[in-house]
Ligand binder design. Structure first.
Ligand code: SPD
Length: 287
């Protein structure tokens, strides 16, 4: 009989639930000053970036997350020129931002340079815009950068890992206040805010913090198969523009696979169990 050894990567997504992917090849592994970093090639999702044993992005499903965290805020703003990305060392958000003609400058502030280097080498489809002439890469602490740059950005996108370890401070009220200050008068901020199934305490807490600072706060959804539960939330804080008031017929045709003018609208339609999360102490969604 012909036997073949199968190797599997398993992420414990909660204490009681895991995702497992059959591994074709282990491409890279290192311990950086901040985290354990691995790039593996899997049968189901292709090459995948894994930080501290948590799937960050895969070549097969990355487009959902990167398009949704980018185009929803950028198409809510009238003409975003200067954009800050905190985290997101794989470059997927940067790749989406440079599709916008109004953008003149992207500052990409990633604390762990090793993530950028590994992504350049093993995930070229995702990292391909990191050398774009509009992009400036800073290997620095995003919390410090935001604190030191007031009234500077039209859009701030926080593409973080989960709220444990190095990313914990990126989910704090103090950080959101500094982001508010770093934005221009009509600026918009968006962050990935985890799973409505498995982060049921976190989402209302973030919603309360952000809506205590920004006049307009909106939560929206995307579906990322490799993230716990698939359904994923993003939370937007805006000083002026409301994404629900965007004239969707004016949204430019971009080269996207998940985001569209219709999705710009539909992603804000929240199922009752998600709405209920936002109605916990912390107030209602909106202005
Ligand atoms: N549970 C994993 C959440 C990861 C969110 N950040 C992904 C980074 C992709 N650029």
């Amino acid at each position: 009989m012909d036997h073949k050894l199968f190797l599997w990567f398993t992420e414990m997504q909660t204490d009681d639930m895991a995702i497992s992917c059959r591994v074709k090849q282990r491409l890279h592994e290192e311990k950086t000053p901040f985290q354990h970093l691995a790039v593996i090639d899997t049968e189901q999702f292709g090459r995948m970036l894994v930080l501290d044993n948590v799937i960050q992005t895969t070549v097969k499903d990355e487009f959902v997350y990167h398009e949704m965290i980018t185009h929803v805020p950028l198409n809510t703003h009238a003409a975003p020129k200067k954009v800050l990305v905190v985290g997101g060392g794989d470059g997927g958000v940067v790749r989406e931002i440079v599709k916008h003609r109004s953008v003149e400058k992207v500052v990409h502030c990633e604390i762990d340079g090793a993530v950028i280097e590994a992504s350049r080498k093993y995930l070229p489809e995702i990292s391909c815009a990191l050398d774009h002439p509009k992009v400036e890469i800073l290997i620095d602490d995003g919390i410090k950068h935001v604190r030191e740059n007031k009234n500077t950005y039209d859009i701030v996108i926080v593409d973080s890992t989960d709220p444990v370890g190095p990313a914990e401070g990126l989910f704090s009220d103090a950080f959101y206040r500094d982001i508010f200050e770093s934005l221009r008068d009509d600026g918009i901020f968006v962050a990935q805010t985890e799973s409505p199934f498995f982060n049921r305490a976190l989402i209302p807490r973030l919603y309360k913090d952000i809506s205590g600072i920004f006049p307009v706060t909106r939560v929206y959804l995307g579906c990322v198969p490799t993230y716990p539960g698939g359904l994923w939330t993003f939370t937007m804080g805006s000083k002026k523009y409301d994404p629900l008031e965007v004239e969707v017929t004016g949204i430019p045709q971009l080269d996207t696979k998940y985001y569209s003018a219709g999705v710009h609208r539909s992603c804000f339609v929240l199922p009752p169990f998600v709405k209920e999360l936002l109605e916990q102490p912390g107030g209602k969604q909106g202005r």
